[in-house]
Design a binder for this molecule. Structure first.
Ligand SMILES: *Cc1c(COP(=O)(O)O)cnc(C)c1O
Length: 422
């Protein structure tokens, strides 16, 4: 263990990238190892094995390939879709839209069940779609990072097993792996796709995909050529198998430092003597409750409408009426806390998002969540005070009371409600 400690920085509480441990950062800062060398091979093999543990699969095949989470969509589409095949997408927001666009780029016919903003797709809606048509893929975003809506992965996997046993169930877990429980085998999930920089607690740049043996088989027997070169599972499978067996192999250079950092993070996630994987999920649930509670105490509304379908690794909170993202997010940054605005196309200026994943919640002694909550309170208070001052100044300027007799309210009602609670 080194004595490395990271330099002071603003607290990064967005839904990825996130705060990282010193050990993970240090692993990323070591001189590169040769990718086919004896030192690196066991690190890669370990990373592959521990990836299985995080999503609770015995037989799933991990693919650790340089790229961001988006490459996971490309892998799914390039390997599992042949032109003209049907895919069903359960859409809960921005990332559902992009996943659908990616599938279409590879020639898929995509049907979408679109949930209302803040909601997830229901079981009756899914059942009706599966009864009406056969789909090669059923895809969903486990946590749609644009809304913080958590889909019921177990329900989706089990419903597909019952009504569409041949379909492959694809879970976009970029914002859920390692912060939400996923039982890939038990829940009938065929592909989990993710990335290093969110709950997995490593720097950005590594795409993490786990494919069931059924998905691997579907790719092997496809008729159309695989619609990709770098993303081809046929090219990467022997590489992953070789590293896991302790042998060198080469297709394209793996990001050696990043895999080292990822392996250190996975060791912290799966091999901690004090915090089990179950404890980790529980700690995320607790942190999420704390943030949601603080928001509702301030009179704020959450974007997800149902607490059962609300993410544990992030929170999306409506701003009081009259305030925009620019009123609050920069004020939190001034207090050393980085959160972010909305990204849903309809409402993006009406809400903001706080990420609470990884070390920030697994090590409460850091005080990150408490800082976020205090920062949110102060920033809102200051933003409301400044808004009121502006509105009061406007109101006191009354050039012609005769022509304009209606006395405007000093400030919008919801601002009054929130400021009364502060
Ligand atoms: C962040 C995210 C992505 C995209 O991942 P990148 O690493 O930015 O390419 C996809 N899906 C979800 C749910 C995400 O949160």
């Amino acid at each position: 263990m080194s004595t490395f400690t990271q330099e002071p920085h603003k607290l990064l509480l967005i839904p990825g990238p996130i705060e990282l441990s010193d050990e993970v950062l240090y692993a990323n800062a070591t001189p590169p190892m040769p990718h086919t060398g004896a030192d690196f091979i066991p690190i890669f093999g370990d990373a592959i094995r521990m990836t299985r543990e995080v999503v609770q699969t015995q037989t799933g095949q991990p693919f650790l390939i340089a790229g961001s989470g988006t490459l996971g969509w490309d892998q799914v589409a390039a390997n599992l879709i042949e032109p003209g095949e049907d895919a069903l997408l359960l859409n809960c927001g921005y990332f559902g839209d992009s996943f659908a666009d990616c599938l279409r780029a590879y020639g898929a016919n995509v049907d979408e069940i679109r949930a209302d903003f803040g909601k997830s797709v229901t079981q009756p809606e899914l059942e009706a779609a599966l009864k009406a048509k056969k789909y090669k893929l059923v895809c969903f975003t486990h946590v749609d990072t644009s809304t913080a809506v958590l889909s019921d992965a177990k329900m989706i996997g089990e419903t597909c097993k019952r009504l569409a046993p041949e379909s492959l169930v694809i879970l976009d877990g970029v914002c859920s792996v390692a912060s939400e429980e996923i039982k890939m085998d038990e829940w009938n999930i065929d592909v989990v796709l993710s990335a290093s920089q969110k709950g997995l607690g490593a720097p950005p740049g590594l795409c993490v995909v786990i494919a069931s043996q059924k998905a691997i088989k579907v790719n092997e027997v496809r008729k159309a050529p695989i619609a990709g070169f770098y993303s081809s599972w046929k090219r990467w499978l022997p590489i992953m198998q070789a590293y896991e067996a302790g042998k060198p192999a080469y297709f394209a250079t793996p990001p050696v430092n990043l895999i080292r950092a990822y392996q250190v993070s996975l060791t912290q996630i799966t091999k901690s003597p004090t915090i089990s994987l179950q404890d980790r999920f529980e700690l995320h649930r607790k942190a999420a409750l704390r943030v949601r509670h603080a928001a509702t105490e301030l009179g704020l509304k959450l974007v997800p409408v149902d607490p059962h379908y609300t993410a544990n690794g992030m929170t999306a909170i409506y701003l009081p009426e009259g305030l925009g993202v620019a009123d609050v997010v920069p004020r939190m940054a001034q207090r050393g806390i980085i959160v972010t605005g909305g990204i849903h196309k309809v409402n993006k200026d009406k809400y903001f998002r706080i990420g609470h994943m990884g070390v920030s919640v697994v090590h409460p002694e850091r005080g990150d969540i408490a800082k976020a909550i205090a920062g949110m309170q102060e920033a809102l208070q200051e933003a409301l005070a400044s808004k009121k001052a502006t509105l009061a100044a406007k109101e006191s300027y009354k050039p012609s009371p005769v022509r304009n007799p209606a006395v405007p309210r000093a400030y919008p009602r919801s601002i009054a409600v929130v400021s009364a609670r502060l």
